[in-house]
Write a protein that binds this ligand. Structure first.
Ligand code: F0G
Length: 482
């Protein structure tokens, strides 16, 4: 790991790239931001980018692409079948992820759909370190259930545990014995566990999961969407790998899994997705589903240009100067916020900065969605768009009751190589102001709630006129500033 020190002693993340294509941003007045919130039902997914200043909704499909990725897109070999672009992608998957056989799909959740169709039945139970929204939805859609098996430390907001994404091995065995191994079609491990704050697991933990999988003859499925970042943190935090390199760590992890899948929107800063394995048997079990749901086996619903960008992006995942960028900006923002006592998930993980709405909005009951309210309030006072990762993102249970989230988080994604340090400092500044004025934030309630993945399309409204009061305080403190 290379470190760049400043003479001043300041600990700043340094951009190891230059910007050659730019996109103009719009910071619209707060009055317009308030209107936009009402138009979008206080749901940040429903905002239009013309009203958004810094888009920290997600890193999915929003990482900056490299010059080499864009160049590769020009050599796309457009063919329905047998495209040379796909051959290049297969080679990249072999070289980077170490898996021989590749099935292309249009994005990560398409892989989850295919894996669930192939293996999940009514009565199945899928143990996992933690759910991801779409992974869970596809499993429950096919009649299965999930069991989340993190250690307790994963839920401690302010912690110094290096591997909060680790699977609880004792519980894993208990659950398998209880349910019966034949009802457990696979164990799912998610690299850089998204919904608990982008927290990694250790290679040792994955080896321990593998040992349990072997003992009971169960497949191990690895969600590799954020495996580059997980590997980067393993290099920094796991003694055994401190002198290793990205490729070795990634392939050590993927070699432990029977089946890997990924969202290329994250993994390779492109679009698309894939499922890969060394097992001819698994490949056969899934193969026929790809042309049925996605597209022919050499494009899987992706444009061939994306296939080329994905191949190059996969190789770039091995470059520490590429992968370190987002985590180092996240670490900077997390530590600055922590110094100002703003409750934020620690240690800093990957993907984004995660604010603890349960503490920040302790005065808002969970049934009024504190994380959703915080997301709306931050957008109002800054134009920064984050994502609610709390109870709104949860599904109701089979009886229609709310299932409150373990954590109420506001996620501010830091896509790879997109934002500058002054933009990150702006986020820090507005968040600090909002924290000092947190009592002005109020709750939300649904006025339109779709039955599946409600956080995408749902519409909410404030439980009082708190947005107007928050705006008035903003104007008092910032005057005519945007
Ligand atoms: N697995 C993980 C760990 C993810 O973070 C995502 C997507 C998926 C699977 C699904 O992939 O979007 O390509 O279909 N995460 C995005 C996010 C949506 O904002 O965190 P997809």
């Amino acid at each position: 790991m290379q470190e760049i020190k400043f003479y001043s002693g300041e600990n700043l993340p340094l951009e190891l790239h230059k910007t050659r294509i730019v996109q103009k941003l719009h910071l619209v007045p707060i009055e317009r931001r308030l209107e936009a919130l009402y138009e979008g039902g206080f749901n940040t997914f429903q905002l239009s980018t013309k009203d958004v200043f810094l888009d920290m909704l997600t890193d999915s499909g929003t990482n900056a692409m490299s010059d080499n990725q864009l160049a590769a897109m020009m050599q796309a070999d457009d063919a329905y079948a047998g495209s040379q672009s796909f051959i290049r992608l297969e080679k990249a998957v072999r070289d980077v992820l170490g898996k021989e056989l590749l099935l292309p799909v249009h994005q990560g959740r398409a892989a989850e759909n295919i894996i669930a169709i192939a293996y999940v039945r009514k009565g199945s139970l899928v143990p996992m370190n933690y759910h991801f929204t779409t992974a869970m939805a596809h499993i429950t859609d096919k009649g299965g259930q999930i069991a989340e098996l993190l250690y307790d430390e994963a839920y401690v907001i302010n912690s110094d545990h290096p591997f909060k994404g680790n699977m609880n091995i004792e519980k894993l065995e208990e659950v398998i014995i209880q349910k019966g191994a034949k009802n457990v079609p696979f164990i799912r491990m998610e690299a850089s566990t998204n919904l608990i704050g982008g927290q990694p697991f250790s290679v040792q933990n994955l080896r321990d999961v593998r040992a349990v999988a072997d003992k009971y003859g169960i497949r191990l499925v690895l969600d590799c969407s954020l495996i580059g970042e997980n590997a980067f943190l393993v290099l920094q935090r796991e003694e055994e790998f401190k002198n290793s390199d990205m490729g070795t760590v990634i392939r050590t992890m993927t070699a432990l899994a029977d089946l890997c899948y990924f969202s290329a929107r994250k993994l390779s800063s492109s679009r698309g997705g894939g499922i890969c394995t060394d097992s001819k048997e698994i490949f056969k079990e899934l193969e026929a589903l790809v042309p049925l749901y996605e597209g022919f086996l050499t494009y899987g619903g992706m444009s061939i240009r994306e296939v080329e960008a994905m191949a190059v992006g996969l190789y770039e995942t091995l470059d520490e100067t590429v992968i370190s960028q987002s985590p180092s900006f996240i670490k900077y923002l997390v530590e600055e916020l922590h110094k100002k006592q703003v409750p934020v998930i620690r240690p800093a993980g990957v993907l984004g900065v995660h604010l603890d709405a349960m503490q920040i909005c302790a005065h808002i009951p969970q049934k009024q969605y504190p994380a959703g309210a915080l997301a709306a309030a931050l957008f109002l006072i800054s134009g920064v768009r984050g994502m609610e990762r709390g109870s709104i993102s949860n599904q109701r249970d089979e009886y229609g009751n709310e299932t409150y989230a373990d954590m109420e988080l506001l996620r501010l994604a830091v896509p790879r190589r997109v934002f500058t340090l002054s933009q990150i400092k702006y986020v820090e500044d507005r968040l600090t102001w909002l924290y000092d004025n947190r009592e002005l934030i109020g709750g939300l309630k649904f006025n339109y709630e779709p039955p599946v993945l409600r956080f995408f399309m749902g519409k909410l409204e404030p439980t009082s006129d708190w947005p107007q009061k928050l705006m008035a305080k903003f104007k008092e403190d910032f005057g005519e500033s945007l």
